[in-house]
Design a protein around this ligand. Structure first.
Ligand code: 5GP
Length: 122
């Protein structure tokens, strides 16, 4: 699969500082910030700073340093927001079937309430 990255997507604009965000944590390769339309008491997005469209794109093409930094940032955010004890959910939508809205890799960290079953019937 060949991916084409659109540098005008909204998360690219956030990374360039063109749009504000409520940052939770920023590291060398990763940014975590609150979702603008939270669907749970905790709803944080974690994005790599590099130009990756989806999780599989990132895992295939990012450097080891970027991947480790990204994974460790997810863990640090969970710790900072205190979701681990009661449970939380990690979601990454990729492409049309998942209705990915923003074509820059992001995982959603959701928690702070019972989140129900993972998928609703279509
Ligand atoms: P997706 O459907 O692509 O997995 O999720 C995109 C997420 O980005 C949505 O949850 C949406 O609320 C969030 N989002 C869209 N635009 C902005 C924005 O400008 N700022 C922030 N913080 N979140 C955004």
């Amino acid at each position: 699969m060949a991916y084409t990255y659109d540098p005008q997507n909204i998360f690219a604009k956030i990374l360039r500082g063109e749009i504000p965000n409520k940052t939770v944590l920023e590291t060398e390769h990763t940014l975590a910030f609150h979702d603008i339309y939270p669907q749970a008491p905790v709803h944080v997005l974690v994005i790599p700073k590099g130009p990756y469209v989806t999780y599989d794109h990132f895992c295939a093409e990012a450097s080891d340093a970027e991947i480790v930094d990204y994974a460790r940032t997810v863990a640090r955010v969970c710790d900072m927001l205190g979701v681990a004890e009661d449970g939380w959910r990690l979601i990454s939508n990729a492409g049309a079937n998942a209705i990915q809205e923003v074509p820059h890799l992001h995982v959603h960290i959701l928690g702070g309430r019972n989140l129900g079953r993972m998928l609703q019937p279509a």
